[in-house]
Design a protein around this ligand. Structure first.
Ligand SMILES: [Fe+2]
Length: 214
């Protein structure tokens, strides 16, 4: 039995066990409920984080990144197989941290440059439970801010796990040269945003992973 078959079986188990009512039962991790975010030290190995960081820098150098509407001066990467693989691989860990049963939505990554900032906002429905993983940087600091005024500093491999649709968050202008950050987004199985599973594009994954409905 390969990994995708195992994931498919596991996913069907999610569906079978998913409550028909809304989402935050069984209860969310108490700290996550209280603050809207949790700092998780060492979510991935620092070496792995640095490899992803250097990969992003190479993608930018080779013209394989793009500019999005949110931070047009940064370099964004989406639909990357390696980052999507981490989205799948870390799902059990994010479930453990959040106390939710989750379904993957999508992954994303960015290289921030000097002066790049992110306005205070909440995320779209596909980002119900998210992990923002710090990959590495040259200069500056990694801090991500959460309402009301909480500063979260991360070393390479650390992450903020947060309720993306509820917790307001932002970044002050980056003072270093470059910084890599990766984002893994999930929705609660059987929850109010469950229709956003695989971000509406399950065809990006084999049917053995994606063939299920929430
Ligand atoms: Fe966001």
């Amino acid at each position: 039995m390969n990994v995708f078959s195992l994931l498919f079986l596991r996913h069907n188990a999610w569906i079978a066990s998913a409550p028909e009512f809304l989402c935050y039962d069984p209860p969310v991790n108490a700290g996550l409920r209280e603050k809207g975010y949790l700092l998780v030290k060492g979510l991935i190995e620092p070496c792995m984080a640095r490899v992803f960081y250097k990969t992003l820098l190479l993608k930018h150098w080779r013209g394989e990144s793009f500019r999005d509407n949110h931070i047009p001066t940064a370099a964004a990467v989406s639909d990357d197989a390696a980052v999507d693989a981490l989205l799948l691989e870390l799902l059990p860990r994010i479930e453990e941290i959040s106390s939710f049963r989750l379904v993957p939505a999508y992954s994303y990554a960015r290289v921030y440059f000097h002066g790049d900032a992110m306005v205070r906002h909440r995320d779209r429905p596909g980002c119900e439970v998210s992990a923002s993983i710090h990959l590495g940087r040259h200069g500056g600091d990694s801090c991500l801010w959460f309402a009301p005024n909480d500063r979260v500093d991360m070393a390479a491999g650390d992450a903020a796990v947060y309720m993306g649709c509820e917790a307001e968050h932002w970044r002050e202008p980056f003072t270093g040269n470059t910084m890599g950050q990766m984002f893994l987004h999930y929705v609660v199985s059987g929850g109010r945003f469950a229709q956003n599973y695989f971000d509406g594009r399950p065809d990006r994954f084999p049917p053995s992973v994606s063939k299920a409905s929430c």
